[in-house]
Design a protein around this ligand. Sequence first.
Ligand code: AHR
Length: 558
Amino acid sequence: MEGPMIRRREFLRNTLAGTGALLFTRLTPSLAALDASVDARIEVLLDEPLGKISPNIYGHFAENLSGVIYDGMWVGENSKVPNINGIRKELVEEMRKIKPPVVRFPGGCFADSYDWRDGIGPADKRPRRTNFWAEGEAANAPASHKYDPNQFGTNEFVHFCKLIGSEPYLAGNVRSLTAQDFYRWVEYCNSPAGSTTLADMRAAAGYPDPFSVRYWGVGNESWGCGGNFTPEEYAVEFRRWTTWVPRYDKQELSFIASGPNVDDWNWTRGFLEEILKKGRFHLRSIWGMALHHYAWNLSRGGTQDWFKGKGDALKFEAVDWYELLREGDRMEGLITGHWQVMGELEPERHIKLVVDEWGPWYKPGGEATSVDQLEQIPTLRDAVFSGMTLDIFNRHPEKIAMANCAQLINCLNSLYLAHEDKFCVTPVGHVFLLYAAHQDGQSLRTIFSVPDISYDRDGKKANFWGLKGSASLHDKQLVLTVVNPDVSAARETEVSVRGGTITSGSATFLTNSNIHAHNSFDQRNVVVPQSKSVEGKGRTLTYTFPPASVTRLALTLS
Ligand code: AHR
């Protein structure tokens, strides 16, 4: 059996790779009529909704870290780089295409060293401050990366959010500021025009109307750079910070607690238990618990050392490709694991998970701009990783209230790279474009019955799943996204929709014959989506997912 299957795969790889061929077949009334030569099946169950996919799952993260803000987002009003009030114009234009729901700022670790007051008032009066990340900067890094010029503060960030149609999500400084500083920041942002001194300062900067910021992070990684608290200590701070915060015109404020690092179940449990000590009522002040997970350890079990375990962003073998995906695939177990712990302590299920940092993290050396700390050039591997991660979020709509890819530009899993007047959309950015169609849809249970992939992991056979994805329904439109992680084999698949009839469809996919393919300032369109419209009718279709690909099928149902 194996021989003919391999030959079939070879044939498909040679003839169909990169074409995204889509064939509709006639309605198959019984399993007996299914095409026996196809060993991969996807069944979308229209009658098994899982919950609404919050657009916030498609959120972003922009930290004041190296080239993210200064050079990436902010070029200044007098720059020769086209800009809108100092904000990079091309970034704004590209972001509008992906329907960005929310952006988190100013950090990250940076948040717990930031005084928001430094970033308001007349720009020429704002102080320069040592950036949290200064010590990691190269000797020849721009001064703005080491010493924060505070030209991009709350006003500029909220303005940026308005330009791209996003909600702002601000992270407070628990490590080095007070609860009073926090609620004064809320007052600056949200108090009505003319009502407070801070509202007057906002108006003097050109923003009389309240910013109405809803999402507020209470610290970041409080188990580490955010203060090295125990979960119990942090819970005490959280209670204090959220005991009273002004709500103007009864505006809803959503507080996001600093949550666990990866699989630190003790943090989740310890935090909630301590909150509960003052009564169940206090649980209601938590809107979300942040979860952070970076895929960094490509050592194949060789080490847990943060520095030694990392791999290269651009130079990698097939085994490193799978290793990264395995690390990223842990996300699903982290979500269900923390959700279980949360449910034991809060069965009412008001508190959701906020995965406000996720993505691959490689070792330094592959930066698009050599002085940009933590910049890496995303390849097709990172696109597949990102599609896989967004599918995981889509499959758990009742658990995830928000997620924020780390980070937006010039850092880690960037959607965009920019330097001076150069700019490009990375393969990750294109995945966000493809997946935007899921926003606000009804997530549907979808069964993937697909043989595993086998690969060599240091002389031992290892497996990884063959295809996975997610589906959402938008009235009569079905969106099905699918990742084929196989570096070399296309996967012919029978896709069926239980409870619906397909009247037409289209496929949009991202792939390349080179798994290292990436976009750069000089070659901006190496990895870009390709589309084909499809004519046909039926309830079952056959689609061949190209190797190393992310695909969106958009199907109209009757
Ligand atoms: O995204 C980079 C850093 O990773 C963030 O500042 C921090 O929260 C995390 O450890």
